[in-house]
Design a protein. Structure first.
Length: 143
């Protein structure tokens, strides 16, 4: 049975579900930062997914990357699956701008997280749902 890792749960807001993955928004308004987590139990590496699920994860990741790049007019989308601190397979999708506080370096450990204020959170969730709500089987499911 799928259960979201406690650290991901503490650091994020659930936006909804694609056919395979849960879409999370990391609660750091310094960057539009999203995470896909395949809803499969006890998976820490993509090769542990079935071949069909590996393909689906790649599709969802590419779809999300394209949508957030367009939505936020990104200079770059950073996509990473590290898992050093959280062993559950999760794929980061971080919108980067040449003007952001960490550019051109990786974001981890550069500046403290700045949680979203209610209005900012509602705005970003509404934008996402409007942009991807009817595609790819996405189901809006905030927690």
């Amino acid at each position: 049975m799928f259960k979201l890792h406690s650290q991901l749960e503490a650091d994020s807001i659930t936006i909804g579900d694609f056919p395979l993955s849960r879409l999370l928004l990391i609660n750091d308004s310094n960057y539009p930062w999203f995470v896909l987590v395949p809803r499969q139990p006890d998976i820490s590496e993509s090769y542990q997914l079935s071949e069909q699920d590996q393909i689906q994860l790649a599709r969802e990741s590419a779809f999300l990357s394209k949508k957030i790049s367009e939505l936020f007019s990104a200079d770059k989308i950073n996509v990473a699956a590290l898992g050093n601190m959280v062993p559950q397979l999760h794929i980061h999708h971080i919108v980067r701008f040449k003007s952001d506080l960490s550019w051109p370096h990786p974001i981890w450990g550069r500046i403290p997280a700045k949680p979203y204020e209610r209005n900012g959170l509602n705005e970003i969730v509404a934008l996402l749902v409007e942009e991807i709500g009817l595609d790819k089987g996405f189901k809006f499911n905030p927690h």
